[in-house]
Design a protein around this ligand. Structure first.
Ligand code: ADP
Length: 599
């Protein structure tokens, strides 16, 4: 990050200067101490003169340095003007054949000159920094908006796939950026601001870049979080700078990632909310400040349009919203193709098949998948990516990296095997559940074991039965542990959390309980919401009861299935202890051979 580099180099400067100053001061003090002769009373000088033991005197204003015949050197201070040229002192010295030397300026060592120079530099530096801070040029904080180099503007629409509607919508911006005058002549109104809305990794930044690339316009990138600072006014000054740069580079694209970081509704009681409000106001002012034909188009991205301040969405600001959703099968295949072009993929590989098995993957996930597969191929010493690499990479992206180095005790492995078998058997037997993809007791990511299901097609909505099945599957692990090992472990914690989450959403969001089709947002619910009306005490209690009811029903369903199909659970757990991982075919074989009674 820029800020890191800047503050580091500044700190380096300051410490270097301090070091030099301290060293110089030390040297001066030492040299002074070494050179300074001892000071004696003035009467000593008079006495020594009388005795005739003074060899020489250096007169330096009223300070006299006395050199005795025996080589001793001392210093004394004479009364004011005592040693002046017109006093009797000098002739007296001369009469006694004392060597007289006169110095006008006070003693100056080269060190003190150095210290003075350094001091001036230091003060100058401080003044300069202060000036920059007060005028909004804060070295540590500016340069966050970078002009994209030619590489980022070389992205074109061909590099973005699976978001055809969004592309269609932003095409006219490209035309506008190419010929702003023509647009103005016709009188067409081009939106000043476009808000790209969609989950992370779906290609919002990429799309914005490709607009700039297509129009061959400069691309100014900023992230909403860059503007969130502790110091009041800093965020606002950075917004000003961003737009100043933009106007200089028109026609151009200004891209603000994570707009929600600055654009959150005002009035929410966050810590630095004054600062945020100031920043947001500045953004609104800047957006109002340029004319539509000035050639600046502001594109912002967010995945939380609901929490944005409504003022941002008014006409003349981000008045156009473009949804950039997760890609469907066709989109995924195209995205895979784009990224597969960059690596050597075996021509036998069927990307369509992989697209079908990666439901729910975002563009970024798919790019990551291809990259992981390439790494696996390299590790295996192959020069092309095979289908098996892609399969393995998908599991890695889906379930996290295998942690084979984690040593589990035998009992942990046993627990894990029964736990995962419980999930898998319940999933295999519930008609509304997604088909099983894999069961493993090799630790992956944070989990000790994983039961993985993959939907057959893309699912956009879920039925009540599907969600209930989901809860039952999550309970299957705990149930199997209870029935086979007579134990409860903390391993079911995450399952329980997820099951409760699903149940709560069923009640509060999806209207799937006896409370009816109403939205029961609770202030401390799983969503940050300012809209949620407060729940009455009685309703809150009923919500809790309904949630409990749903989870317990899932638990009972799982219990019945596991109890009835003990043989399958046992067979699968025992197999897992040997082979550690089972794929869909392996699971099917066990389910078929363990002679489960007809459901
Ligand atoms: P977002 O801004 O929506 O979080 P990004 O644009 O940063 O997502 O996407 C990250 C990376 O994922 C991109 O650089 C690109 O490699 C890949 N990617 C995401 N979406 C797509 C897409 N629709 N087509 C091609 N590649 C994509």
């Amino acid at each position: 990050m820029f800020s890191g580099k800047w503050t580091r180099s500044r700190a380096l400067w300051i410490s270097a200067i301090t070091l030099i100053l301290v060293a110089t001061a030390g040297l001066i003090i030492r040299s002074r101490e070494a050179a300074e002769p001892p000071q004696v009373p003035f009467s000593d000088l008079l006495r020594d003169l009388d005795r005739g033991v003074v060899a020489g005197v250096v007169v330096n204003g009223d300070t006299l340095e006395i050199k005795l015949a025996d080589g001793k050197v001392m210093r004394t201070v004479a009364p004011a003007n005592y040693a002046a040229a017109n006093s009797t002192f000098i002739p007296e010295l001369a009469s006694k054949h004392v060597r007289i030397e006169v110095r006008n300026a006070p003693d100056q060592t080269p060190y003190s000159y150095g210290a003075l120079a350094l001091g001036l530099v230091f003060v100058g530096f401080l003044g300069f920094t202060l000036y920059r801070v007060t005028t909004g040029h804060i070295p540590a904080l500016e340069s966050r908006t970078r002009e994209a180099g030619p590489e980022s503007t070389s992205v074109t629409f061909a590099d973005v796939a699976g978001v055809d509607e969004a592309k269609e919508e932003v095409k006219e911006i490209v035309d506008f950026l190419r010929q702003p005058d023509r647009f103005a002549a016709i009188g067409g109104r081009i939106p000043k601001g476009v808000l790209l809305v969609g989950p992370p990794g779906t290609g919002k930044t990429l799309l914005a870049r490709s607009i700039a690339g297509e129009a061959k316009a400069p691309f100014l990138f900023a992230s909403g979080s860059d503007f969130v600072e502790m110091y009041a006014g800093v965020g606002a000054s950075r917004i000003r700078k961003l737009f100043r740069d933009a106007r200089r580079h028109a026609s151009c694209i200004v891209f603000i990632d994570e707009l929600d970081a600055v654009g959150r509704s005002r009035g929410s009681n966050s810590l630095s909310h004054e600062e945020r409000e100031q920043t947001l106001n500045q953004l609104l002012v800047e957006m109002d400040g340029f004319a539509p034909n000035q050639g600046v188009v502001v594109i912002a991205a967010t995945n939380r349009p609901d929490i944005l301040d409504p003022a941002l969405l008014r006409p003349g600001r981000f008045d156009r919203q473009v949804t950039v959703g997760a890609p469907d099968v066709k989109g995924r295949e195209q995205i895979l193709r784009i990224h597969a072009r960059k690596v050597a993929v075996d021509p036998e590989v069927d990307l369509h098949l992989i697209a079908r098995g990666t439901s729910g993957f975002s563009g970024a996930d798919l790019a990551n998948l291809i990259n992981e597969a390439a790494l696996l191929a390299v590790r295996a010493g192959r020069s092309v990516v095979m289908a098996s690499d892609l399969d393995q990479a998908r599991d890695k992206v889906l379930m996290g990296v295998e942690r084979r180095s984690l040593t589990m005790t035998e009992h942990d492995r046993l627990t894990c095997a029964y736990h995962e078998s419980g999930h898998a058997v319940v999933a295999a037997l519930l008609p509304d559940a997604d088909p099983l993809h894999k069961v493993t007791i090799i630790p992956r990511g944070l989990a000790l074991g994983v039961t993985m299901q993959l939907p057959e097609g893309d699912r956009y909505t879920h039925t009540r039965e599907y969600l209930e099945a989901q809860i039952a599957i999550l309970m299957g692990g705990r149930v199997a542990e209870e029935l086979f090992l007579r134990q409860m472990t903390s391993g079911a914690g995450n399952d329980i959390e997820r099951a409760t989450g699903i149940a709560r959403r069923m009640v509060c969001e999806f209207g799937m309980s006896s409370l009816g089709p109403l939205a029961y947002h609770t202030p401390d619910g799983p969503w940050e919401t300012d809209r949620g009306a407060g729940l009455s005490e009685a309703t809150a209690q009923r919500v809790d009861e309904e949630v409990r009811e749903l989870v317990m029903r899932g638990y009972e369903a799982a219990r019945q299935i596991v109890a009835k199909h003990r043989a399958s659970v046992r067979a699968m757990a025992e197999e897992l202890l040997v082979v550690e991982s089972l794929d869909a075919d392996g699971i099917r074989a066990i389910m078929a051979s363990s002679s489960a009674p007809a459901a």
